[in-house]
Design a protein around this ligand. Sequence first.
Ligand SMILES: *[C@@H]1O[C@H](CO)[C@@H](O)[C@H](O)[C@H]1NC(C)=O
Length: 139
Amino acid sequence: MKKVDFFTPIVLVLLVYDVEAKVFTKCGLTKELLNNGFERSYVGNWVCMIESESAKNTSKVTERADRSKSLGLFQINDKVWCKWGAAGGKCQVKCETFLDEDIKDDSKCAKKVQKDLGFRAWEGWMRSCYRRTLPFPNC
Ligand SMILES: *[C@@H]1O[C@H](CO)[C@@H](O)[C@H](O)[C@H]1NC(C)=O
């Protein structure tokens, strides 16, 4: 029994964080954003922000200083926007859905974050994209 207790958490972590991970190419991401209804004129900003925040990795998890986590492609914070294990937060969604390779829920929530707070909500956008000319990616 001791053996099982020791290994089970490791297996669970691998299941949560490793399965269905996907890293987009720049053009793959551009296409995916258009498919999810992002406005063409802002796609340059979204791609820049995503490159800076998650390196286009759909399963990226960043632990913040306040012990909250930023999740997935758009690095949406679990303290405010979602809830673990059940739909909740301002986006009324399970946090787990931000870590799979389907970006439908992520996109919907990211648009809400952007509408409520602007691109300034993302440190990576402030750092790498603010005050830059960001044309539609050349794909
Ligand atoms: C994507 O992120 C996950 C979780 O942080 C990590 O395990 C994986 O190695 C990353 N993939 C790449 C290609 O960087």
